[in-house]
Design a protein around this ligand. Structure first.
Ligand code: 3EB
Length: 335
């Protein structure tokens, strides 16, 4: 593999000069041109950068802005669903149709990770009783099926969160080699959720493993919440939802380690780079307290975590954790 992929999270107290800047997921402010959850902690701004060596030039095509180096392709697509004919369902179809066309044009067969941000995700549009997230799921799955991409087993890792405003915003990371999809034995696969959660299931795997060069393997952990089987547990109790979420995170990490090319202890929960989405800003102290109890106050995962304010895609979920971990064959983790 010619160009290794690097991940870096830059905090406000660090130098803002990010070398080889490719794709930034700004989490410091709520910019108006994209939908982005607001940063709750630490004091912003935080910039997430997935980068490759060398300088890349951003290109634009339709709804997409993207960069690529031949090995990796990253970008963001935005469509304002409020003005798009057919609303959020049609906008989701259009965004994913354009994404898949872009991947075909650029010769990238595989989506590794997708971040979906939808304004008012638990709301409904005038004249349509179906929740906006459920509408989004229809358009997304239709696009996967139309493009003959894995809408079920082998779907990419993803998250879907609600913002207060902004156009439908989809960030993606694609590569040339198929990732290995990871499921959670404690949960029904999201793409097999029964129809009580909407006419079409969400299109994502619980995690994805990908070789990213330099003998390293990335685990992309999808948005993970207090769901066991297909049901939400601990409705109204953010502390217990956080604990259940961590149990699910641990289960996905275990399942990933069983598939890892690096080894059976390659990925560790306490070493993940976590993004924690909190529905109510007032719950932040309690969520942080539970994470500190469960991960250990000195865990790198706790030190590196960022907390964002977002609506979680089921109205009864109060917290969701997404993460990535990078394991290296050169530096095996201690037993
Ligand atoms: C869940 O487990 C919580 O629709 O892409 C998590 C990750 C969730 C991704 C998505 C939704 C999505 O069902 C919600």
């Amino acid at each position: 593999m010619s160009s290794p992929l690097q991940f870096r999270r830059a905090f406000a107290f660090e130098s803002t000069a990010t070398p080889a800047l490719d794709r930034r997921i700004h989490t410091g402010e709520e910019p108006r041109h994209i939908a982005a959850p607001a940063l709750l902690y630490p004091a912003g701004p935080v910039t997430e950068t997935w980068s490759v060596p060398g300088t890349l030039h951003e290109q634009r095509r339709g709804a997409a802005r993207f960069v690529g180096d031949g090995q990796w392709l990253m970008g963001t697509l935005c469509i304002d669903d409020r003005t798009w004919p057919g609303g959020i369902c049609a906008a989701a179809r259009q965004v994913y149709d354009e994404l898949f066309q872009l991947l075909r044009d650029e010769g990238f067969a595989h989506l590794l990770r997708v971040w979906n941000y939808v304004a008012d995700i638990n709301g409904c549009d005038a004249g349509d009783p179906l929740e906006r997230y459920r509408q989004f799921n229809i358009g997304r799955q239709d696009a996967f099926l139309a493009a003959r991409r894995s809408a079920f087993d082998g779907a990419p890792a993803a998250c879907a969160l609600g913002t207060t405003q902004g156009p439908l915003t989809v960030h993606f990371l694609a590569g040339r080699e198929a990732p290995r999809a990871v499921e959670n034995p404690r949960q029904v696969s999201a793409y097999r959720y029964p129809s009580q959660y909407g006419p079409r299931a969400p299109t994502f795997s619980r995690g994805a493993l990908a070789s990213i060069g330099g003998g390293r393997e990335a685990l992309f952990l999808s948005g993970t919440a207090s769901i066991v089987g297909h049901q939400t547990l601990h409705v109204g109790d953010v502390a217990r939802q956080t604990e259940e979420t961590l149990a699910n995170v641990a289960a996905v990490v275990d399942a990933a380690n069983a598939l890892s090319t690096i080894g059976p202890r390659a990925h560790r929960v306490d070493m993940l780079d976590c993004t924690v989405y909190v529905r109510h800003a007032r719950d932040l102290p309690l969520v942080r307290e539970v994470l500190a109890q469960r991960l250990g106050a000195d865990a790198p995962a706790l030190r590196n975590a960022i907390y964002l304010r977002a609506d979680v895609c089921r109205a009864d979920l109060l917290v969701e954790v997404e993460a990535h971990g990078i394991a290296s064959a050169a530096e095996p983790s201690p037993p």
